[in-house]
Design a protein around this ligand. Structure first.
Ligand code: IZC
Ligand code: ZN
Length: 425
């Protein structure tokens, strides 16, 4: 089916992020945004067909200019659609009571050990029907889209039984089919040890390995397999077993590593060849060096550190050590209940020592690689899917500088306009 071409014209800055489709950008290359002024993009059948200056586009499409629907991006910033590579999108309920408890001095882990935290969300998610979960999660997805995000990763991990993990993953699959945002699913049965397995966590690990992973893989409900490797949750040894078992079924490893305490999670990520290690607030220098060597992507979540009142991961040190860095909201009901990836990018600058150029790379092409989509999305290049966001600021630095405001103006998903003038269409 052929549709009318879409022609984005006169972008004040067209940030293409060209050249990173094969592998994530590292080191100094994270600042190479490949910017075109008075930029122009020609989109046809959902695919980017031409990228250049307005003058070049006019010459290339001389005979067809009248055919196209024009989007005037004068005075605006055009970037690849933002990509969020770490969310706990599908859940029920809310935990503002824990926010209040934490403000009075309780810690995240204390609340979890008393049956709150992930356990509270698990209880609410088990009780919720697929329809309720779908409706709640769709609201969040709409908000992601309104913030310029066109692809998200989504984890299970609030079911913690085969039945309820499958329910969460089925809802994510249904959202992927019906919502403009593309969803890449991660199985995270090892998100917490359920209360009824408290006295024998290894028995739960066996259950994840023997019953959950094979069924999730058989139903093709996930691309990745993730584990919360943290003191008091899953040990590095248990995490390794779970990640290796997943890999045997074709699920690629990801890991929640060194979030609350140093626990050699970064080292484990490198040893198992994880696609990404996420959080890394307390990662060791040795772990960071091992990740750089193994090419493990660091998915950094400064909103979580902010919301837990903890010190952020050292993004600067990781980039300087050669680790490819991506950035994400960690959208979840406990430690980061936000969908604003642009706000998280601002925290990347202020709390992790990254530059506005580096955080933009981290939220586009490197984020795409963190979910194995670097060949399809994450940059504005000929042949790639036309996922494009237009912000109402004249340059990429203002996106971070004028913080706390949603500057998203227009969002194009697979060549179709889905947000215009800051509203869903
Ligand atoms: O619901 O608390 N850290 N998992 C690991 C989370 C935060 C999500 C939650
Ligand atoms: Zn997480």
């Amino acid at each position: 089916m052929s549709t009318r071409p879409l022609w984005i014209r006169h972008a004040s800055q067209l940030v293409t992020l060209a050249g990173g489709s094969q592998a994530p950008l590292t080191g100094k290359r994270m600042e190479e945004l490949s910017i075109i002024e008075d930029g122009s993009v020609w989109v046809e059948d959902g695919i980017i067909r031409f990228v250049g200056t307005d003058q070049e586009a006019r010459a290339a499409y001389r005979d067809r200019l009248e055919e196209a629907e024009v989007i005037d991006a004068a005075g605006k910033l055009v970037t690849p659609g933002l990509i969020d590579p770490h969310t706990h999108l599908v859940f029920a309920g809310s935990r503002e009571n824990e926010f209040d408890m934490r403000l009075k001095g309780a810690t995240y882990m204390e609340i979890m050990n008393q049956g709150g935290g992930i356990h509270a969300t698990t209880e609410a998610t088990r009780k919720a029907s697929p329809e309720t979960l779908y409706a709640e999660s769709k609201k969040r997805l709409d908000q992601f889209l309104l913030h310029g995000v066109t692809t998200v990763e989504a984890k299970s991990g609030y079911g913690l039984t085969l039945e309820h993990e499958l329910k969460q993953l089925e809802v994510a699959a249904e959202l992927d089919r019906t919502h403009p945002i593309d969803i890449v699913s991660t199985f995270m049965g090892a998100h917490a040890v359920p209360r009824d397995y408290r006295d024998d966590p290894d028995r739960f690990v066996d259950y994840v390995i023997e019953e959950m992973i094979p069924e999730v893989a058989r139903r093709k409900l996930a691309v990745f397999n993730d584990v919360f490797c943290e003191r008091g949750v899953f040990t590095p040894e248990q995490s390794r077993r779970i990640l290796e078992a997943g890999r045997a079924y074709g699920l690629l490893p990801k890991i929640h590593a060194d979030e609350i305490e140093p626990y050699e999670g970064a080292e484990l990520a490198a040893e198992v060849g994880a696609v990404s290690a996420d959080h890394l607030l307390r990662a060791s220098d040795k772990g960071i060096a091992m990740m750089a060597e193994a090419g493990v992507i660091a998915v950094l979540l400064p909103g979580t550190a902010f919301f837990l009142m903890a010190e952020s991961a050292n993004g600067r040190k990781m980039i300087d050590a050669g680790v490819p860095v991506a950035i994400s909201t960690d959208c979840n009901p406990g430690s980061s209940p936000t969908v604003s990836l642009p706000l998280i990018m601002n925290l990347g600058c202020l709390k992790m020592g990254m530059t506005p150029a580096e955080v933009l790379t981290a939220a586009t092409i490197n984020a795409a690689h963190a979910i194995r989509r670097g060949h399809e999305v994450g940059s504005i290049e000929t042949g790639k899917q036309a996922d494009i966001t237009i912000f109402d600021v004249p340059n990429y630095m203002q996106l971070q500088y004028r913080y706390g405001v949603n500057h998203t103006h227009t969002v194009i998903k697979a060549g179709v306009k889905v947000v215009e003038g800051g509203r869903l269409i």
